[in-house]
Design a protein around this ligand. Sequence first.
Ligand code: ADP
Length: 602
Amino acid sequence: MFRSLHMKLTMIMLMLIGSQMTIVGTFLTTGVSGFYMNGFYRQLNSVFGPDQREFVSDLRSAAGDDDGAESLRKMLEANAGPLGIDYHTRNYFVLDGDTGAWLAGSANADALPMRQSLNLTTARAAVARGDASGVGDESYLNAEYLDAAIPILSDGHAYIIYILDNQETLSGLNRQLFHIILQSLILGLLITALLSFLLAKTMVGPLEKLTAGAEKVAAGDFDTALPVESTDEIGILTGTFNEMAGVLHTTLAAMENERNKLDTLFLYMTDGVVAFDMSGAVIHCNPAATNMLQRKVEAGSRYDELFGGLFAFGDVLALKRPRHAEGEMMVGQRTLELLLAPFSHQTLGGVLAVLHDVTERHRNEERRKEFVANVSHELRTPLTNVRSYAETLRDAEGSIPPDTSNGFLDIIINETDRMTHIVQDLLILSRLDAGNTEIAFTRFPFQEAIESVVRANALNARTRSHELSFRAEEPLPCVEGDRNRLEQVMMNIIGNAIKYTPDGGHIRVTAGLTPDRKQVWMDVWDDGIGIPEESRGRIFERFYRVDKARSRESGGTGLGLSIAWEIVQRHHGTLSLPPHDGSGTTIRLTLPVTQKPEVAAP
Ligand code: ADP
């Protein structure tokens, strides 16, 4: 009920007026009562006070009369005016000094108070003591009446003059005052209600507008600025509120922007990010993390389900910056590097997990090790041969027949050639890997290049009694590429077909255009020894050979197809093993007719 400022203001003002009126009323009635009482005693003093000794002694002598009470009454009647006797509210009585019984007075005995007044008791005690000096002048403000008792002693006679005021005048006055105060109070309350209404209009009105504005801002509506209608504190407050809303808007927009940036970053970054709150529940997980973990990670999923096996959540949370926990975990075939760190120690903090797929790195590392081992192995074999034949020649000291020693020297030369080949091939590969090999793109007739390679292999094929043929399915266009290097690729493929086909075999080279006419292809088909199923995916690997002994015998290094693969890659083409019916192998080369503008030569 008193929630609104308006009501509060009204109530405060009403209470203020009420309390003011109560205080004024209390002071007024007390003051009036005091004034009335003082007046009563002042009047008594003016008749019986120390300055009126003569009158008092006259009273004493009158008291000595036979009908002393009547004499006293007459004298008092004569002073009725100064004593303020009005016979209604104030009366005088002449009482018996011993018994206090009514003898005479301006009213009869019925007007006397029912209970004995203090003053009368004191006066009677004074009479009993024979002491007539005291004049009772005590009274109580809240007594129902005012009174004074004056003992009058004469020889053998004792009277008490008793003046009694029943305070009816005072009560009437107080009643009057109460009515006036009540009327003022009602009027004051009415005026207060009116004033509070006006106050509400001038003060609470703008505040209500401000509240409505604040509610709009809280609901996210920053468009409407509040009108500043005054220059007072409320006007300043409205202006400041508008400024604050503006700053808030800008800050929120900046935060929103930041959040969007972060969201985009999380969405597209290749590293996985999972955020947990203080209780270990997932609050954010980006698509990369979902991919890497190969499971659906929903908001609310628990830390323990995901990484509990690596580090306890509490331990990670207790880490102090910049410390973090690092580990690796396997998910299916993939190796994930995991980095865990607390992102705040406040109640709103939690733990951030960053996932990095290191499968490829590990694989590369493995390949590198395997490659180094292969290179060492490939070089060690011919080196061992060279060394042993050279040692034999040295130790024989000319005892070996010249034919045999020449044979040894031939082997040494062959092995050296082999090593030279390996080193040359490795050099080519490492240049291709480093991107240092200059690929001279030119436009050349594809068919002509195949024909020239087939021609170059014709003698070799004939030596092995192979039937080597070439057929283009349609006239082939020119292609963009490095003719020398592509011929090297073709040479390797056709050479392999000759090498890995037993004597008297068939090697068929065919070429054509893909249906979209954007690519040319060349198939080299043979009916040779073929490639076992398990090796088909590996023949482009460095140093991979299906049959090491056979390959070495035929002078193969196991690097030819890997070099070919790299060259073709640089031309945005492919090398593949299409299905082959029967024994033998088909190897397919495809190349784009035109290279992308950024790689093609002018
Ligand atoms: P190499 O110098 O040993 O010939 P390559 O890289 O050219 O090395 O070939 C890799 C391996 O692939 C060969 O060792 C061989 O086992 C296999 N290979 C390549 N072409 C053929 C083919 N036409 N028929 C059978 N096996 C082949």
